[in-house]
Design a protein around this ligand. Structure first.
Ligand code: ZN
Length: 290
């Protein structure tokens, strides 16, 4: 059983930022996808309300807005500047009507070896954003990144860790704080299916990013695969999300210097084929197998 292409969204990074967002919106809609997830670089110096109108007119949802400035800084002043930058981004996120603002939380500031300190700065940073998120009606999605990134990109590395932060900072589950699950970062986790179900049951599954893990991986950042090219059991993972009641879009997010050499239309063609290649296991098989 496949998933309807309208349930998929294109993260514009997948297209290598080759065209202005206004062109990308039309191309993504024409290709039959149901949503788009733009990056700040494509929005902040442009006519954001106009882009928001164009996205709606094209019949697309905004599955996410990428992404936060990392929170930890080498000084209190740097931390504060990072928080302020994220507050500014939230205003654009609100204008776009996005499902969530994606938090890539950051890790060790230069010269630091203290992950506990970095994690505290992250918790404090998210706490400092929550009032603005509430006021603007924007949800914050913490994206746990693969542990390979724990030094430089994100010191939140598992879904469980993200959920603990959510429980600490938003104990009443207001809907304004949740998790963006990216299979690239979480597929290896023995608890991935259980944690996905828990995220959904706590009302915190805000985004779901799909792509694939290539073997071998030539570059940890820029060598992701399209669904079907690698070893991730995307059928099982999307099935778990749907079984858990996830009703959002599956966002295709593929950073790949190999794929970026292709044109936007070629990438979209490959992308739609790749998304439609994700086949859900027959009902019941997954549960009995795990
Ligand atoms: Zn992602």
């Amino acid at each position: 059983m496949t998933i309807d292409l309208r349930r998929f969204s294109i993260n514009t990074a997948t297209l290598g930022y080759q065209a202005p967002l206004s062109d990308t919106i039309e191309a993504v809609a024409r290709a039959g996808f149901g949503g788009i997830s733009p990056w700040r670089r494509e929005v902040e110096n442009e006519n954001a309300p106009g882009l928001a109108r164009q996205i709606r007119a094209a019949g697309l949802q905004v599955s996410g807005y990428c992404r936060s400035t990392c929170f930890p800084g080498a000084s209190k002043r740097e931390w504060l500047a990072n928080v302020e930058d994220n507050k500014m981004a939230l205003r654009f996120a609100a204008e776009l009507g996005t499902k969530c603002f994606v938090l890539v939380v950051g890790a060790l500031p230069p010269g630091s070896r203290s992950l506990p300190d970095a994690r505290q700065q992250v918790a404090d940073g998210i706490a400092a954003l929550l009032a603005d998120a509430q006021a603007l009606g924007v949800s914050l999605a913490i994206e746990p990144l693969h542990p390979m990134y724990a030094a430089d990109r994100a010191c939140v590395n598992t879904i469980e860790q993200a959920l603990e932060l959510c429980a600490l900072l938003d104990p009443h589950a207001t809907g304004r704080l949740g998790v963006a699950i990216d299979v690239y970062h979480t597929w290896w986790d023995p608890k991935v299916h259980d944690m996905m179900a828990r995220t959904a049951s706590e009302g915190r599954l805000l985004a779901f990013h799909v792509n694939d893990w290539l073997v071998p991986t030539a570059d940890i950042l820029m060598d992701r695969g399209l669904p079907g090219e690698g070893v991730i059991d995307l059928g099982a993972l999307t099935n778990s999300a749907l079984d858990a009641g996830y009703d959002g879009l599956f966002e295709l997010e593929v950073f790949s210097s190999r794929i970026w050499r292709l044109s936007v239309s070629e990438i979209l063609e490959l992308s739609s084929r790749a998304c439609l290649s994700i086949t859900r296991p027959k009902e019941g098989r997954l549960n009995s197998a795990t």
